[in-house]
Design a protein around this ligand. Structure first.
Ligand code: ADP
Ligand code: ADP
Ligand code: MG
Length: 462
């Protein structure tokens, strides 16, 4: 069946724009790269069939400019828009505007984005579907009084979370009532400034939990899962190193978790690729839903590596009106995949972003190694955007082989011209706790705080 997407506008940048263009090329769909002026010479611009400039470097004038993107689609004759991740990918008004302009939005229905993008509403939806959620407030909290009353039920320590938050931002911890009283108004005003909505809710802080998330695909009628990803290695609530499957789950726990995600997404009549994020308590075996991302995720390649299914191609096929060809029983997992996020950040200077120009570049090669990146020799990394440079992804028959290949891949990578987080990954791959898969969402920050860690990372760098 041929896709009804005749030409695709890629409304994003960086490695994910490259990834989307590759998927479209594999399906024979011509592509248009929507680029800011700062990205006119990007790899995505070079790879796409056409380029449309959408505005100046500043994201609010380009990648967040709905009118400019619609105009780029009209001017190029594209009849579909893929939003990638970040930017407008979870903006319901954008999805609506795309559809109202007679174009295909590569993602779920605007109503689904709106519902699950409100994290407090997503919790209610999960609870109604019988999926356990972290104990917390039933919905958003209007004022400090109701927050303090609710906190007595929830218990401390707890998190104040922005309903519209994302990207690891908009989350504050309170250990007692006094701290809640101090932090609550700050959280509200910060949420308003960062996400355009002051709505916040409370959630019990789960200590020593693992972040495990389930990948799903739906066509509006049926939903299947593609197993889970373990994303516990984080810094400032942002993922640093991911793997699939989770080394912490028994087969029975995996089945229960994945089936809960399918149940929830089926209730939404979900269409497209989506991820349901959970916290998992390895001691009790309990899991709790935290949020849903109604888009492709940064770490999607590890799922592709263990299942052999191309998620971005699947998104394009579904958006083009094809039904899910897959049955749940067709989807098997094989081996272990790992992803290292390489950022233009300096581990020695509190991970301060430090973009530059690529003076030397060689990617690793060999069995089970995959690179997702928008870098090329001579490329100047613009300072205006996310610091992600590349994702090194490896696959092995088991976790030990995957870890060995990850170390090889890092050794083979030559990337000069800027400071990156590669030394951090080298250090991680040499750590026994990493090999034993003994970690939770707080581990990486604790390890980084140990006096020897950064010294070792620095030596590695020399
Ligand atoms: P993933 O869940 O795919 O790992 P991240 O949480 O790292 O994704 O987010 C991917 C990108 O999207 C990052 O650049 C992040 O800053 C951005 N992002 C995610 N959610 C939001 C949001 N609500 N507002 C602004 N940026 C966001
Ligand atoms: P975002 O929308 O920014 O991705 P999430 O709700 O997914 O925010 O949370 C991001 C990270 O914060 C999680 O991966 C986890 O490490 C931590 N976190 C979130 N909720 C809790 C909680 N209730 N208890 C402990 N840690 C949490
Ligand atoms: Mg999240």
């Amino acid at each position: 069946m041929t896709s009804s997407i005749r030409k695709l506008l890629v409304a994003n940048r960086g490695e994910i724009a490259v990834r989307i263009i590759r998927a479209a090329q594999a399906l024979g769909i011509p592509t248009v790269a929507a680029c800011s002026e700062a990205d006119a010479d990007s790899l995505a611009a070079r790879m796409a069939d056409e380029v449309q400039l959408i505005g100046p470097a500043r994201a609010d004038r380009s990648y967040l400019n709905v009118e400019a993107l619609l105009q780029a689609a009209r001017a190029s004759g594209a009849n579909a828009i893929h939003p990638g991740y970040g930017f407008l990918s979870e903006n319901a008004a954008f999805a609506e505007a795309v559809t109202a302009a007679g174009l295909i939005f590569v993602g779920p229905q605007a109503e689904t984005i709106r519902r699950m993008g409100d994290k407090a509403e997503a919790r209610r939806t999960a609870a109604a579907a019988g999926v356990p959620v972290v104990p917390g407030s039933p919905g958003e909290l209007e004022d400090l009084e109701s927050a303090l009353a609710c906190a007595e039920q929830v218990g401390y320590p707890l998190l104040i979370k922005a309903s519209a938050g994302g990207g690891g931002r908009g989350i504050r911890i309170a250990h007692d009532a006094a701290e809640l009283a101090r932090e609550f108004p700050v959280a509200q005003s910060e949420a308003k400034a960062a996400f355009g909505s002051a709505a916040v809710y409370l959630e019990r802080f789960i200590r020593a939990a693992r972040h495990i998330e389930v990948q799903i695909l739906g066509d509006g009628q049926r939903v299947v899962h593609l197993f889970e990803r373990e994303c516990s290695l984080q810094r400032r609530r942002q993922k640093v190193f991911e793997e699939a499957p989770s080394p912490a789950l028994t087969p029975a726990q995996r089945l229960a978790l994945c089936e809960s995600a399918v149940r929830l997404a089926e209730g939404l009549g979900y269409r497209g690729a989506g991820t349901l994020e959970y916290l998992f308590d390895a001691h009790s075996g309990e899991f709790f839903f935290i949020e849903m991302n109604t888009r492709i995720q940064v770490e999607h390649p590890v799922t592709e590596m263990i299942t052999g299914i191309d998620l971005v191609q699947a998104m394009l096929r579904i958006a083009g009106g094809e039904p899910l060809g897959l049955q749940q029983s067709d989807i098997r997992m094989q081996g272990v995949a790992l992803e290292m996020r390489i950022n233009a950040e300096d581990p020695q200077r509190n991970f301060f972003p430090c973009p530059g120009t690529v003076t030397e570049l060689a990617w690793p090669q060999g069995e089970g190694i995959r690179v997702e990146s928008h870098l090329y020799p001579g490329y100047r990394v613009p300072p205006y955007y996310d610091s992600l440079l590349a994702k090194l992804v490896v696959h092995g028959q088991d976790r030990a082989q995957a870890l060995a290949r990850a170390a090889q891949a890092l050794e083979q990578t030559r990337l000069a011209g800027m400071t990156t987080t590669m030394p951090l990954h080298r250090w991680l791959l040499a750590d026994a706790r990493m090999h034993a898969a003994q970690f939770d969402t707080g581990s990486l920050e604790r390890w980084l705080a140990e006096p020897t860690t950064l010294r070792t990372v620095q030596l590695e760098e020399l």
